[in-house]
Design a protein around this ligand. Structure first.
Ligand SMILES: [Zn+2]
Ligand SMILES: [Zn+2]
Length: 456
C-alpha cells in the first residue's frame, strides 16, 4: 500500500492525496489553493501519470478540498466520485461560483489559463458523483463501473461544515481512516465529529491547529459571551462590526450564534449583511435541517435572521452604517473579495470594529492585518495603498477545526500502527510529529513530502 502527497508544498493549500492499494488507485480530495493562482493553484497530479483513477473520495466542499475536481476529471471522466449528499449540494454551488471568480480573474489579474474549467465542465463532472450517506458501508465501483469487491468504504460525520466526513477504507486486510477536516466539539449549528474509536491501522490526519495552543480553561460558551459583549461595546462606540468569514460554514455558524444570542436576550435585533454566495449556501443549510446532525434542528437561518444580501456590484457603495453587522466573505480577505474591498473603508476609522473568528493563512491579507500592530501600516492588496490600522481589532476562537490537544488525544486513544500527517503549516506538522512520537513510541509517524511515495 502506498500514499503520495499531491500538494505542492507542506502547507494548507490544494489538498489531494493518492492511495494505491490492492492494485487500485484511490484519490482523496482534489482541492484548489485559495491563495496561489493559475496552474500553480492546482495539486501536482503528475504522479497519477497515465494511470486510471478507480475512485475519488471527497471529504467536504471547501475550496481547498474540492476546487480542482472538474479540472482533474476531464482526464478521468469515468471515475466515480464519492461524497455525502450534503457535500454534493454545496460542492455544486462552490464549483459554479469558482468558474465565475476565475473568469473575472482572467481579465482583472491577467491569468490567461483561467477559468481552469467551465460551467459545462462542472455539470459533466457532477454526472459521476455517487452520493453515500454517513454511516453506510459500501463497495466503491471502479471506472468501468464494476464493484471493487475487496475494498469497502464508509463515511463518518466530521463535524466541520455541512456534509463533512472522514472516510474509512478497508483494503488488503487493513483499515485506513482519512479524517478530512474535523471538529470534535460542537459548534453553534453542527454537532461534534463521530469518528471510529478503534480498529484503525493507518490514520491520515489533518493538523490545522498544531501551531495554536488552546488558552487555559477555554470554553466556547464563554467565548460567545465575550463576543456578544464586544459587539455591544462596538455599537456603543457608534460603529459597525465587520467580520470576514468563509461563505461556507463560518457564515452559517455565525448567523446561528447571533440568533442564539438574540433569543437569549443578549443582543438586540440588528441588521446583518452577508454575500450572495453565503446566502445560497445558507439556503442549503436550511433545506437540509432534517437530514443532518445539528443543534436547533428547527432553525431556518434565512427566515429568522433575514440578512441583507450584498452582490458583487453593490460592494463599492456599501457603507459601514452604525449598529450593523457585516459578515462578508472571504474569511482570509483575499484580494477582490467583498471583505477585502469593504474593510478598506473601516481600517483607518477608530470607532469601527473588525473581528476575526477563524483560521487565516498567515500570508493572506487577513493574516497580515492580524499581525499588524495598532497604528502601523498594512496593505490589503498587492501594490495597493498602505492603510493605518486604527479601528478596533479583536480575535475570537470559533474554529471549525479541533484543537490540537483534542486531536492528539483522539490519535492516542486510537493507537494506530501508522499516522500520516497532512493539512498543516510546517510548525503545526512538527508539533504533531513531536507530540505523537512521544505519546505513541510504537507508532510510525509519517510526514510525507510533496510528491514523495510513502509505503504504508
Ligand atoms: Zn475545510
Ligand atoms: Zn481544509
Amino acid at each position: 500500500m502506498q500514499f503520495i502527497n499531491l500538494t505542492r508544498r507542506l502547507e494548507i493549500g490544494a489538498n489531494s492525496y493518492l492511495l494505491k492499494t490492492a492494485g487500485h488507485n484511490v484519490l482523496l480530495d482534489a482541492g484548489l489553493h485559495p491563495k496561489a493562482s493559475g496552474l500553480d493553484a492546482l495539486p501536482d497530479f503528475s504522479p497519477i501519470g497515465e494511470e486510471i483513477l478507480d475512485a475519488i473520495v471527497l471529504t467536504h466542499a471547501h475550496q481547498d478540498h474540492v476546487g480542482s475536481l472538474p479540472y482533474l476529471t476531464r482526464r478521468h471522466r469515468d471515475t466515480p466520485i464519492y461524497m455525502t449528499p450534503a457535500t454534493a449540494r454545496v460542492a455544486n454551488i462552490m464549483l459554479h461560483n469558482s468558474v465565475n471568480v476565475m473568469t473575472r480573474q482572467r481579465e482583472d489579474a491577467n491569468i490567461p489559463e483561467y477559468p481552469l474549467f467551465t460551467h459545462r465542465g462542472v455539470e459533466l463532472c457532477a454526472e459521476s458523483w455517487e452520493l453515500r450517506p454517513i454511516g453506510h458501508a459500501f463497495h466503491p465501483n471502479d471506472s468501468s463501473r464494476n464493484e471493487i469487491k475487496n475494498m469497502r468504504m464508509r463515511f463518518f460525520d466530521a463535524g466541520h461544515i455541512l456534509g463533512s466526513a472522514g472516510v474509512l477504507i478497508e483494503s488488503e486486510g487493513r483499515t485506513i481512516f482519512y479524517t478530512g477536516d474535523v471538529n470534535f466539539d460542537a459548534q453553534s449549528i453542527l454537532q461534534g465529529a463521530e469518528f471510529p474509536n478503534e480498529g484503525v491501522d493507518v490514520l491520515i490526519m489533518e493538523t490545522t491547529r498544531g501551531d495554536s495552543p488552546s488558552a487555559k480553561n477555554f470554553t466556547r460558551a464563554e467565548e460567545e459571551l465575550r463576543f456578544t459583549k464586544s459587539i455591544q461595546e462596538a455599537f456603543d462606540r457608534g460603529g459597525a462590526v465587520t467580520i470576514p468569514v468563509f461563505a461556507l460554514g463560518k457564515t452559517q455558524e455565525l448567523l446561528a450564534m447571533l440568533w442564539k444570542m438574540r433569543h437569549q436576550g443578549f443582543l438586540p435585533s440588528v441588521p446583518i449583511y452577508i454575500g450572495g454566495l453565503s446566502s445560497k449556501i445558507t439556503s442549503v443549510y436550511d433545506a437540509l435541517t432534517s437530514n443532518t446532525r445539528r443543534n436547533f434542528p428547527e432553525l431556518q437561518l434565512l427566515q429568522e435572521m433575514s440578512p441583507y444580501v450584498v452582490g458583487g456590484p453593490d460592494i463599492g457603495s456599501l457603507y459601514p452604517r452604525k449598529h450593523c453587522i457585516f459578515a462578508l466573505s472571504s474569511g482570509m480577505m483575499s484580494e477582490n473579495t467583498l471583505s477585502n474591498i469593504f474593510i478598506r473603508q473601516i481600517l483607518e476609522v477608530p470607532h469601527q470594529s473588525l473581528f476575526f473568528v477563524g483560521y487565516a493563512d498567515p500570508e493572506s491579507p487577513a493574516g497580515r492585518v492580524r499581525r499588524t500592530l495598532p497604528g502601523e501600516e498594512v496593505a490589503l492588496q498587492a501594490g495597493g495603498p498602505l492603510l493605518k490600522l486604527k479601528c478596533h481589532r479583536k480575535e475570537f476562537n470559533f474554529s471549525a477545526h479541533s484543537s490540537r490537544e483534542t486531536l492528539l488525544a483522539y490519535a492516542v486513544r486510537l493507537r494506530p500502527k501508522t499516522i500520516v500527517l497532512i493539512h498543516g503549516d510546517m510548525l503545526a506538522l512538527e508539533w504533531f510529529r513531536n507530540s505523537l512520537s512521544a505519546a505513541l513510541p510504537q507508532t510510525k509517524i509519517v510526514l510525507p513530502e510533496p510528491g514523495q511515495t510513502v509505503d504504508l
